[in-house]
Structure formats: C-alpha cells, structure tokens
Design a protein around this ligand. Structure first.
Ligand SMILES: *[C@@H]1O[C@H](CO)[C@@H](O)[C@H](O)[C@H]1NC(C)=O
Ligand SMILES: *[C@@H]1O[C@H](CO)[C@@H](O)[C@H](O)[C@H]1NC(C)=O
Ligand SMILES: *[C@@H]1O[C@H](CO)[C@@H](O)[C@H](O)[C@H]1NC(C)=O
Ligand SMILES: *[C@@H]1O[C@H](CO)[C@@H](O)[C@H](O)[C@H]1NC(C)=O
Ligand SMILES: *[C@@H]1O[C@H](CO)[C@@H](O)[C@H](O)[C@H]1NC(C)=O
Ligand SMILES: *[C@@H]1O[C@H](CO)[C@@H](O)[C@H](O)[C@H]1NC(C)=O
Length: 336
C-alpha cells in the first residue's frame, strides 16, 4: 500500500509558537501539539493536529501573541504603589501611609491584555473611638465630624466646666494607632486665703477660699509705695500669683539744705520732715571749690535706704548764715 508510506513533513512554523516534538517527518496518525513560546500568549486556534493519510498538514490556525504592556499603575491617595516593571505578570503592590488602612487588593497583576487585575484599593483613615469621659471629670468636647466619628488627624477640643480647671493640652489628636493623644483632665482648684503683705492690706477680703482666676487687690499703708502687680490671682496650682511689696519711705539724714525736687529748689527742712517715698529722687548741691561753682547729684529712696551724696557737706549754723548757699552759686560749666 503506497499510501502507507506517506509521511508528513516538518509542520509549518507559527510565529511565537513551537511544536511539541520537532522532527523532519511524521508518520500518518502521529499527533503534534503547538504551544506558545515562553512569554507569549495563546490567542486563538487549535493546538493539536494529526498527520493525515494525505501526508499534508491541515492549515494551522493557532495564534500566539506578544503580551501588552500595562500602563503606569494609578497612584493611591494617602498611600504608595510599588512596582518593578509594566510587563505581563509584573505586580503593582499598594500600601497606605501611617494612619490609613488598606481596603481592597494589595497586589495587582499586569495581565496579558495590558490591564492591571483587580480594582485600585483605597486607604481609609484609622478611626479613633470616642474619647473616654470619666464621670468625675467634666470634659466637654466639640465633635468635628457628623456621626460622632473621629478619624486620623482629627482634633477635638476639651473644656472644663467651671469651677473645674483644665490640666494638660486642651486639644487632642486622633493618632495613627487609633488612640487619642494625651487627654486633659478637669480638676477643682481652690486657693486658700491670700497672705497679707507687710505694711499693706488686702481690699475687701470677704471669703476664706477662692476659685481659679479669682483675684484680690492689695494696697499699701500711707507713705508706702506698692511695687509689683496690684492684683494677685488664684492660679491653677492652687497658689496665688506674685503679690506686691510695699516699699518703705526714706528719712533724710540731713537737717538743712536747699535741694532740687521736681525741678524746683526747695528747703529740705520745710518739705521733707516725713522723708520721701520709695523711688523718689532729690538732688543735692555740691560745691566745686576750685571753680567756686555748684553741681547737683541725685539721691534716690530705695525701700527705706537713702544715701546722701558724699560730696554734699551740710553747713553748720554759722556758715548757713554768713555764706552764700551752695545752691545759689553759679552752676559749674562742665556737666558732672
Ligand atoms: C508585590 O507583591 C508580591 C506578592 O506579595 C511579591 O511577590 C512581589 O515581590 C512584590 N513586588 C514588589 C515590587 O513589591
Ligand atoms: C454623638 O454623641 C452624642 C453624645 O455622646 C450623642 O448624644 C449622639 O446621639 C451621638 N450621635 C450619633 C450620630 O451617634
Ligand atoms: C497641644 O496639642 C497639639 C496637637 O497635638 C499641639 O500642636 C500643641 O503644640 C500642644 N500644645 C501644647 C501646649 O502642648
Ligand atoms: C492605645 O491605647 C491602648 C489602651 O490604652 C493601649 O493598650 C495601647 O498600647 C495603645 N497603643 C499605642 C500604640 O500606644
Ligand atoms: C537697705 O539697707 C539694708 C540695711 O542696710 C540692706 O540690708 C538692704 O539690702 C538695703 N536695700 C537695698 C534695696 O539696697
Ligand atoms: C563765689 O561766688 C559767689 C557768687 O556766686 C560770690 O558771692 C563769692 O564771693 C565767691 N567766692 C569766692 C571765694 O570767689
């Protein structure tokens, strides 16, 4: 039988495809399988063929194609995408920034059709539970979002209802770990009766205890001068803020002299029997003997301390009668 000697030749080449068993000739009835070369994709057609009695391969329909590249994967809001390439079978991996949780697929695969598998995932912010409000603290807070939901980076502001006082930071932030930053506390604050001051008094001291921010007003006895704030306030610490000091007047250890006070020449003995008040100055006249002239030197009362300028010479009874008062000498030319 002549037909039984017929063989099929080498099967036709198909782009991007190979044949299972590559030979120069095939017997009638022998089967071959085409497959796409690595990296190429089956698109359509038959892959199995049998060498027929005619010894001629039927038309080969299999088609293999090169896969398409994927487009750059979409960026993720509040997250990142990592990928090494845009070829078939490459991954695009998504992750979220701190404070966000990924919902959806973390990895997308570049498919043969050039599309990334799956949908773009989403990064949802972390939710912080409503902050705890203990029954003793009187925190009140304003919600920023409807539905009582606070998410990453949301802030809430706390207030304490009087007479409670807020300790800590009045603002708390929803953190990446879903916890609130340190919450403030509300505590009752009382200051005990304010202290007296020396040589002074407190106006209208009526109560034993005072609340935070309440004030008392200080005053000084006559001739004493108040130094510092007039008011003292009950502070968060339960202590009073700095109270003022009553500064003492100064006696002037000179019996007689003509001095300058408020730019006026006055007789010491007439004006300052009771001394001068704290922080006030008087000017003494000193004599420059060489030039027969006078210059003035200031002396200030400092809380009861008063130092007469060293150059000042108090005159005796005789001199004060018969000599020109130093204050009446012509002023020295050179400033002293
Ligand atoms: C993406 O994730 C896959 C699967 O988890 C992993 O095999 C691959 O190495 C990752 N690729 C990149 C670029 O991170
Ligand atoms: C939000 O919280 C307040 C007080 O905790 C509550 O009265 C209110 O019903 C809550 N609103 C919603 C929408 O959950
Ligand atoms: C209070 O907290 C906010 C938010 O965390 C911060 O910006 C601010 O500096 C804090 N204030 C103080 C006084 O610590
Ligand atoms: C968040 O708060 C809980 C409860 O107080 C605590 O157990 C947890 O350690 C906190 N997480 C972090 C990251 O601080
Ligand atoms: C006033 O004098 C007293 C006693 O000499 C002294 O202790 C005090 O420091 C002086 N005050 C001033 C403000 O100089
Ligand atoms: C010094 O000057 C006064 C007038 O300013 C005069 O009366 C007196 O005589 C003078 N004394 C001397 C020593 O020059």
């Amino acid at each position: 039988n002549a037909l039984s000697f017929l063989v099929c030749p080498r099967p036709p080449a198909v782009p991007f495809a190979s044949v299972s068993i590559a030979k120069a000739e095939y017997n009638v009835g022998e089967k071959i399988i085409y497959h796409c070369q690595p990296g190429y994709l089956y698109q359509s057609g038959k892959w199995r063929y049998t060498c027929p009695f005619t010894g001629r391969w039927p038309s080969i329909s299999i088609k293999c194609v090169a896969p398409k590249k994927c487009n750059q994967p979409e960026p993720l809001m509040n997250g990142n995408v990592h990928f090494t390439g845009l070829d078939f079978m490459n991954f695009a991996n998504y992750s979220c920034d701190s404070g966000y949780i990924l919902r959806g697929y973390e990895s997308r695969l570049c498919q043969a059709d050039g599309q990334w598998s799956e949908k773009l995932p989403k990064c949802h912010p972390v939710i912080c539970p409503p902050p705890p409000v203990s029954e003793f603290s009187v925190l009140s807070y304003q919600r920023l979002k409807p539905g009582n939901i606070s998410v990453f980076q949301d802030e809430i502001n706390f207030q304490c209802l009087l007479p409670y006082v807020l300790f800590g930071n009045e603002t708390a932030v929803c953190q990446a770990d879903g916890n609130w930053s340190a919450l403030p506390e509300c505590k009752a604050v009382e200051c005990s009766q304010p202290e007296d001051i020396e040589n002074g008094y407190i106006y209208l001291l009526l109560r034993r205890a005072y609340r935070y921010k309440e004030t008392v007003t200080y005053g000084c006895n006559p001739t004493y001068v108040l130094d510092g704030p007039t008011e003292s306030r009950c502070e968060k610490t339960g202590q009073w803020s700095t109270k003022p000091i009553c500064r003492a007047p100064c006696a002037i250890p000179v019996k007689k002299a003509t001095v300058l006070y408020n730019n006026q020449k006055v007789k010491l003995q007439d004006h300052f029997q009771n001394g001068i008040q704290h922080a006030e100055s008087i000017w003494f006249f000193c004599k420059n003997k060489e030039q027969n002239c006078s210059y003035k030197v200031a002396a200030q009362c400092d809380d009861g301390n008063f130092t007469v300028p060293a150059c000042f010479k108090e005159r005796g009874w005789f001199a004060s009668y018969f000599k020109t008062d130093i204050a009446d000498l012509s002023p020295c030319e050179t400033a002293n």
